[in-house]
Write a protein that binds this ligand. Structure first.
Ligand code: NDP
Length: 256
């Protein structure tokens, strides 16, 4: 096989959760550019439809399925619809995410639970539902989204870091259980990227300066820079990579 075709996703279908904007849309766009048919997802059906129309206008094969990843009934219904009506899901990226910032001593319990539900429980529930089909076919790629806060902490974001740390070990656990069935399960841990999730940080000049000095590459990541790593992990080029967490962070996590 020529080495370039190892990176091709032609003939594959990918479901990317939380892909109406930000990193999810950037990864879905890159997968489409590598030849995959993509299924976009988010809760807001209007924004999702617009993102799907814009991506389809570039020549990509795109479907949009609005559902809330924290609702197990909706997840089961959506995955059943995709598999039956659109075709097999070969690639799943569990990207949907939220951020709630605040001092831990005042952090509301329902906020903490929402963090775990959106990041951890949903990653488990969507993966389990899709993996049943992948296991039956003895192939599939699952990519979970961690963070540089998987391993280290910062004030005001402890619940987010706890959720991302859980996703990291869930990724390893999925590989432990499912690699033998032909699945590759890995995670990407992005550094600081300019998306809506970080609006408050981007608007804060002091935080901006901190990101630029703390990140050895001296800048925020650009959303398009997360696409190629996702293509790599979704492709045959990564056939023996399993249970791995790939940091895409301009050397942030490599340094103190
Ligand atoms: P954005 O806020 O820009 O986008 C989040 C996406 O997830 C939107 O499409 C949103 O659409 C969707 N979403 C949120 N909740 C749900 C839900 N319950 N069900 C379905 N879709 C949902 O965030 P980013 O692109 O910045 O973040 C994407 C992922 O990357 C997250 O997991 C985040 O934690 C992670 N990450 C981001 C970093 C960054 O610097 N930006 C750094 C490290 C990790 P809608 O609201 O319509 O549902």
């Amino acid at each position: 096989m020529p080495s370039s075709s190892l990176f091709s996703l032609a003939g594959k279908r990918a479901l990317v959760t939380g892909s109406s904007r930000g990193l999810g849309l950037a990864m879905a766009t890159a997968l489409a550019q590598a030849g995959a048919a993509v299924i976009l997802n988010a809760r807001d059906a209007t924004a999702l439809g617009q993102a799907a129309a814009d991506l389809a206008a570039t020549g990509a094969t795109v479907n949009a399925v609005a559902f809330d990843v924290t609702s197990i009934e909706s997840v089961q219904e959506a995955v059943a619809y995709c598999e039956a009506e659109l075709g097999p899901i070969d690639i799943l990226i569990n990207n949907a995410g939220i951020q709630i910032r605040g001092p831990l001593d005042d952090f509301p319990l329902d906020g903490f639970e929402a963090m775990l539900a959106t990041h951890v429980t949903a990653t488990f529930a969507v993966s389990k539902t899709v993996a049943k089909h992948m296991i039956a076919r003895r192939q599939g790629k699952i990519i979970n989204i961690c963070s540089i806060l998987t391993n280290v902490a910062r004030p005001n974001v402890a619940p987010y870091g706890a959720a991302k740390a859980a996703i990291a070990n869930l990724t390893r656990g999925m590989a432990a259980d499912w690699a033998r069935h032909g699945l590759n399960i890995n995670a990407i841990a992005p550094g600081y990227f300019m998306t809506e999730l970080n609006e408050a940080l981007i608007a804060d000049p002091q935080f901006n300066r901190w990101v630029e000095t703390r990140t050895p590459m001296g800048r925020w990541g650009e959303v398009a820079e997360l696409g190629p790593p996702a293509v790599f992990l979704a492709s045959d080029a990564a056939s023996f990579i399993n249970g791995h967490i790939l940091y895409v962070d301009g050397a942030f996590s490599a340094t103190v």
